[in-house]
Design a protein around this ligand. Structure first.
Ligand code: NCD
Length: 467
């Protein structure tokens, strides 16, 4: 199979079979690094890191050099024309004419998608705000596969900043696709975003059970477990276990404990930050003595700060430096595939995963904006050419998902662009949950987040407003 000219913006851009075949290629790459040195001769990678990076940037660049290619880079935003107010789209078009492949890290959610939309060459997302970091997920899964010989059916505990850690966002989608059971162990106030949890249950099947939903006191003992996700293929369904004990779940054992640092740079004001720091869960020797961690791989995308004790470095369960080292063969395989200098054979039938295709898209010139202020669609330089656009993922309740950052919006009022008999007095808006609202054809749909918004566009309330 040829992956030439594809982008990797989200982990869902690769099917399960493609991921597994990519790993087989990475095995070959690491067994015979010297033999790969002619593969990308004459090819140029543009390495655009507008946020700090050590592992991701250097392993991409080392990988490209080992493939015989060359690397050009923009050091940071301050050293590029983005600092002069240039849009990401213009930058992407220009860099797309200089290089053969782009690797981009940017602080705005959705920035990598915009680069992919405009560059005209393959684009790899090396982290876009707190949205996704798909190549870190490839390194994580590759490490587990090396240690456990499989990436299917795992039990994984995700630990720390689940709210803003982009590595865990990409990782859970992939884990869910490979039939994992996931235990969420967030720091206080750092729970997995609702839109991510919702997407897990609506798109990947399975079930999310949260302590908060159960209206229980957190019976977590020393572990901050907050919710569990089970795939449909796991042996029992949570619905049948209403009195599920989180403590018991962890004690039952996990294959890996995936630790993340507090994403300080994405937090609000300093005082709040200090509060979060206070209760941030630490992984150390004492914690790992727990029954459930006996065979657990201890993973971390790095850099670590205080959440992972140095005393664990000599523990055979610690995997974090291996994860970083595997970054080179994994990214070599990915770059070679997207540049079309290597092909892969997918073993058996590929269990393809294509969640994005079926949704109709909502995009109008005026009206709703993405609720995420850090979304690329809400930035002054980008709003000149980006029209906010949303996948309509459900009509009841009406749910729109931003195509750039995946944040969800639940508009409360809607109207039809074809008002009755074209008479202005029939220009009415309705409650989005009313039965009438569901009759409006998708192509005519206009959504509003408030009545004021509807009235500002000269719509009047219909009798279906309060329903
Ligand atoms: C991660 C990142 O940048 O999101 N680091 C990495 O790429 N290895 C994790 C982090 O910064 O916390």
């Amino acid at each position: 199979m040829n992956l030439a000219n594809r982008d990797l913006v989200s982990i869902d851009d690769l099917s399960n079979g493609e991921i597994e075949a990519l790993f087989s290629l990475a095995d070959k790459m690491s067994d015979s690094t010297d033999e790969q040195s002619g593969l990308c001769r004459g090819k140029i990678m543009a390495s655009l890191f507008f946020e700090p990076s050590t592992r991701t940037k250097l392993s991409f660049e080392a990988g490209m050099l080992r493939l015989g290619g060359s690397v050009i880079s923009a050091a940071d935003i301050g050293a590029s024309s983005l600092a002069k107010g240039e849009s990401i789209a213009d930058m992407a078009k220009v860099v797309g004419s200089y290089a053969d492949i782009i690797v981009i890290r940017h602080p705005w959610e959705g920035a990598a998608k915009v680069v992919a939309d405009y560059a005209g060459i393959p684009v790899i997302n090396a982290g876009d705000g707190s949205h996704e970091h798909p190549t870190q997920t490839l390194c994580d899964l590759y490490t587990i596969r090396k240690e456990r010989q499989t990436i299917r059916g795992l039990r994984i505990a995700l630990w720390g900043d689940l709210k803003r850690g982009r590595t865990v966002h990409s990782l859970i989608y992939a884990l869910a696709r490979f039939d994992a059971t996931i235990l969420f162990c967030p720091g206080p106030g750092l729970e997995m975003p609702v839109h991510v949890l919702r997407r897990l249950s609506t798109e990947y099947g399975g079930e999310v059970k949260s302590c908060r939903d159960l209206n229980q006191e957190l019976e977590t003992g020393p572990y901050p477990v907050d919710a569990i996700y089970r795939t449909p293929s796991s042996p029992h369904q949570l619905a049948m276990l209403p009195d599920i004990s989180m403590q018991v779940e962890l004690n039952a054992g996990v294959d890996a404990l995936y630790v993340t640092r507090l994403q300080k740079e994405r937090q609000g004001p300093a005082t709040k930050e200090q509060e979060l720091n206070k209760g941030y869960p630490v992984v150390d020797k004492k914690l790992l003595r727990g029954k459930g961690f006996r065979k657990a791989l201890v993973m971390h995308p790095l850099p670590r700060v205080d959440e992972l004790a140095y005393e664990l470095d000599a523990d055979p369960r610690s995997m974090y430096f291996k994860q970083a080292a595997y970054g080179v063969p994994v990214r070599m395989a990915l770059v070679a595939l997207l540049l079309g200098v290597k092909e892969i054979t997918i073993p058996g039938e590929d269990d393809c995963f294509a969640p994005k295709a079926p949704y109709p898209v909502y995009a109008r010139d005026s009206g709703v904006k993405c609720p995420n202020m850090n979304c690329v669609s809400n930035q002054e330089t980008e709003a000149k050419y980006i029209k906010p656009a949303f996948a309509i993922v459900s009509r009841a309740p009406l749910t729109l998902r931003c195509i750039y950052c995946d944040y969800e919006l639940y508009p409360r009022y809607i109207a039809s662009s074809e008002w009755h008999q074209g008479k202005v007095e029939n220009k009415k808006y309705h409650s989005a949950s009313s039965r009438f609202a569901r009759n409006i054809k998708l192509e005519n749909l206009i959504v509003f987040t408030s009545e004021e918004e509807a009235q500002a566009q000269q719509f009047k309330p219909s009798s279906y407003v309060s329903q």
